[in-house]
Design a protein around this ligand. Structure first.
Ligand code: C5P
Length: 210
């Protein structure tokens, strides 16, 4: 069973993914972490963000154990991630890793921006998770503020809009819902209600195969 979960930043897709993994006993890959790690490593190494081959090298030689979770979750890491994610050579370097993960015997849950469209186009279930930009910005703003970040809410809204635009408009693997994805709008949903919807979609897919 491969479950592909795509959607916008702070839409709740990561929480839904982790809860589905626990419920269905599947391994989980947060593919945004790969792009965040590439962006952070490139920044630390002083890599030229215009140099596609150098960025791809950074992606290919990543050791994910080199990063602590805190440094990957900052707003700067997210911005760097979305810049390197627009480089086709970086995407190509990270693609096989994601595909190999999805092909485990049990299956897997992967979340990102292009899982249902590019990484796992034959996934058993595809979900597209979204919410309006103000709601998403407020969620992420509260989360970062608790960690001491001083960004204002209006700056956060502006950052999210910039990230959404870059992710939607890049040429290679743009962020878009797969035609056969089940849509979950979390703007007015609690996380439990969103997870219930996601679980129902997976159970419907399982039932359709019986
Ligand atoms: O989901 P997260 O915020 O961690 O993703 C960070 C960035 O990585 C996204 O804004 C997007 O540019 C990129 N990304 C991607 N494809 C994926 C996962 C993440 O382009 N499958």
């Amino acid at each position: 069973m491969i479950i592909a979960i795509d959607g916008t930043l702070a839409s709740g897709k990561g929480t839904i993914a982790r809860r589905l993994c626990r419920y269905f006993g599947l391994p989980y890959m947060d593919t945004g972490r790969l792009y965040r790690a590439t962006g952070v490593a490139a920044t630390k190494q002083g890599t030229d963000f215009e140099d596609a081959m150098a960025l791809a090298d950074v992606a290919r030689t990543l050791d994910l154990d080199d990063f602590d979770e805190e440094e990957l979750r900052t707003a700067e890491a997210g911005q760097a991630a979305s810049k390197v994610a627009a480089v086709p050579e970086v995407r190509a370097a990270l693609l096989e890793l994601q595909r190999a993960f999805s092909k485990q015997a049990k299956g897997a849950v992967l979340d990102g921006r292009d899982i249902g469209t590019v990484v796992c186009p034959d996934a058993d279930v595809k979900l597209w998770v979204d919410a309006n930009v103000e709601t998403r910005a407020e969620r992420r703003w509260k989360e970062l503020r608790e960690k001491g970040d001083t960004l204002s809410l209006s700056e956060m809204i502006a950052q999210l809009k910039e990230r959404d635009e870059r992710d939607k408009n890049r040429k290679d693997a743009p962020m878009v819902a797969a035609a056969d994805a089940v849509l979950i709008d979390t703007t007015h949903l609690s996380i439990d209600a969103a997870v219930d919807k996601a679980r129902a979609a997976v159970e419907a897919a399982i039932a359709s195969k019986l």
